[in-house]
Design a protein around this ligand. Structure first.
Ligand code: GCB
Length: 592
């Protein structure tokens, strides 16, 4: 803070304090503080917030969050930033997409807005941030309430106690710097957007509330688990269409039971959903849930006991104009394109996508591979990094585990096979199973292109082995794919989690050879020809539905984009390879 009494000394101290971040990096806003928000009436905090980028972290050093609103004329000291005036930014948004001068900005940025909420006495108030890339520190009226790590999962913080007086000011400091200890680390093949890029909301609840609700199919019927915050003797659970209406005792904050019921099963062909309600005292939450069984048996993946081939497509959360900001219309267009391709499956790469994605997939009948960004190099030896990855996985699972569409939790992508990585990632696979025993685990594993084998010790610890192979692009001989199967003899299902080639559809694009649309189409044709002979493959999710923005692709045909999309970054222009894959999937559907 710009201490009136001793400004010069404080300024000097703050310049020399390299541990300024430590008190603000508690990561106490985590999976354990999440709030189930289904059916709750939120109060949107979307819209314009005061905004300032802060490359040098001056705000944390000087304590900008502690500067109470004051007219400029009354200030006894020079402020280096005025949180209550000046530039604004819309929430949700990625700052890169707002102003050209923020395009490559990586660092902290301050978001400030006034809260005018009339809290009913005895009630509680929670702030929920849909996602903030990557570290988000929360201050209310100058008081630090905690921070959250991880750029793609939601978090909640209770404001009740700190909400004093009529003029409450909320300040969030969001930092997207790429650092060695984060997940992902410095290097990725997608753009490092920054900011509050998903919805920000307030939720008011009674003193005793449903903290969490999980519902799944069980042998005896429906398993329900209600986590209760506050004193309560019983919880009430209902699925009217199934005649389920149960009062369940609460013991140590948990109400758990298996209730007899025989729901119609969810599948992509019949995406049947049921309304469920859980209440405790005056608090009630709701969800729409599908019931289905997903298993691996030998080398097969079974949905509701029937073997399955995953006709998939990979997709990033990226938009030419909006960056990572997603809307329902954008997601519906995505699923419409997937339907046009003939897909029954999407890989949501390489981090948790907007929660609406799995909700729409539930409704529209698509299966989903959901993933956390344990991508390429990660500081696998660092216990703090491991805690962060585990928390991101927990948050993803707790957010989406009522979604029938989600069949796979993937714990990582193309990581080097070291002892530290094996320990880290088997830990994640175990955690996924412990949090949610009803789904399959997966990862994109490694192929040794010299010995032509799947060679990755992690593959023994997950249910589905993903392989990313780029024959025709990074590798040459398509026939190797046949050999890889013969040499590896996998004992569990293998899915080609990526394959593809770049195709530049613009006027700059070449007519033949690498980066031409013709070449991309040819790669798809050859892939498909070989695929017909691969009996060890249980599904594919080619790379990728849309071209996407990325810093590391600066070739003449890339110009800041990965152009392996079947559709260009405008999300309209289809490349010829689109139809080739669509024809193949039509053929598979006919055969299946
Ligand atoms: C991969 C990565 C993916 C890249 C892709 C590519 O193997 O998993 O993130 O974007 O290759 O285009 O090189």
């Amino acid at each position: 803070m710009l201490e009136r009494s001793d400004l010069a000394a404080n300024a000097l101290f703050s310049l020399h304090d390299e541990d300024y971040d430590r008190p603000f990096n508690l990561q106490n806003l985590n999976a354990d503080t999440m709030l189930f928000t289904g059916g709750r009436q939120g109060i949107s905090l979307n819209g314009d917030w005061n905004f300032c980028v802060d490359l040098l972290d001056t705000g944390l050093r000087q304590k900008w969050y502690a500067m109470a609103p004051m007219p400029p004329g009354e200030r006894g000291e020079p402020w280096d930033y005025d949180p209550y005036d000046g530039e604004t930014i819309p929430v949700p948004s990625c700052w890169q997409m707002q102003k050209e001068r923020w395009y490559f900005f990586e660092g902290s940025a301050w978001y400030t807005r006034k809260l005018t909420h009339d809290l009913t006495p005895g009630n509680r108030l929670f702030l929920r941030v849909g996602a903030a890339q990557y570290d988000c520190k929360v201050f209310l009226n100058g008081q630090f309430l905690g921070n959250h790590y991880g750029g793609s999962t939601p978090f909640c913080v209770e404001l009740t106690e700190a909400l004093t007086g009529d003029d409450a000011w909320l300040m969030l400091c969001v930092n997207n710097r790429r650092t060695r200890d984060r997940v992902p680390m410095q290097n990725t093949d997608w753009f490092n957007y920054g900011g509050l890029y998903r919805e920000v909301e307030l939720f008011e609840t009674p003193a005793t509330l449903v903290r969490d609700l999980s519902v799944s199919l069980d042998d005896g019927g429906i398993r329900v688990r209600i986590a209760v915050d506050g004193p309560a003797e019983t919880a009430h659970f209902r699925v009217p269409e199934l005649g389920v209406d149960a009062v369940i005792p609460v013991c140590d904050g948990l109400a758990e039971d298996v209730l007899p019921a025989t729901p119609d099963l969810w599948s992509p062909e019949t995406p049947r959903l049921y309304d469920v309600t859980a209440s405790v005292g005056r608090d009630e939450v709701r969800d729409r849930v599908g019931f289905r069984r997903i298993e691996r048996r030998g080398t097969q993946i079974l949905l509701n006991s029937a073997p399955l081939f995953l006709r998939g497509i990979s997709v990033h959360e990226d938009d030419e104009a909006l960056g990572k900001v997603t809307s329902e219309a954008d997601l519906r267009r995505r699923f419409d394109h997937a339907r046009e391709l003939g897909c029954n499956f999407l890989r949501l790469a390489h981090y948790p996508h907007h929660e609406m994605a799995a909700k729409l997939a539930d409704e529209m009948g698509f299966m989903i591979w959901a993933e956390i960004p344990v991508y390429w190099a990660i500081d696998f030896d660092n216990p703090a990094t491991r805690r962060d990855a585990e928390n991101q996985l927990r948050e993803l699972i707790r957010r989406d585990r009522n979604r029938a569409s989600v069949i796979i939790w993937s714990v990582g992508n193309e990581n080097p096979d070291t002892d530290a990585r094996l320990d880290f990632m088997t830990g994640l696979a175990d955690l996924a199973r412990a949090e949610d025993p009803t789904r399959l685990t997966a990862a994109a594993c490694l192929i040794n292109h010299e010995t032509l084998r799947i060679e990755d010790r992690l593959s023994d610890h997950i249910d589905v082995i993903g392989i990313n192979e780029y024959y025709g692009w990074y590798e040459e001989n398509f026939e190797d794919l046949v050999q890889i199967g013969a040499n590896s003899r996998p004992d569990r299902p293998v899915v080609i989690s990526e394959t593809g080639a770049d195709g530049d559809h613009t006027d700059h694009g070449p007519k033949t050879g690498l980066f031409s649309l013709a070449y991309q189409a040819e790669v798809y044709e050859k892939q498909i020809e070989v695929l017909r002979r691969l009996d060890y493959i249980r599904g594919i999710s080619p790379w990728i539905l849309y071209d996407f923005r990325v810093e590391r692709r600066q070739g003449v045909f890339q110009r800041g984009f990965n152009r392996k999309g079947l559709i260009a970054a405008d999300k309209q222009t289809k490349k010829p390879a689109f139809q080739i894959l669509a024809d193949f999937y039509a053929e598979l559907r006919g055969a299946g």
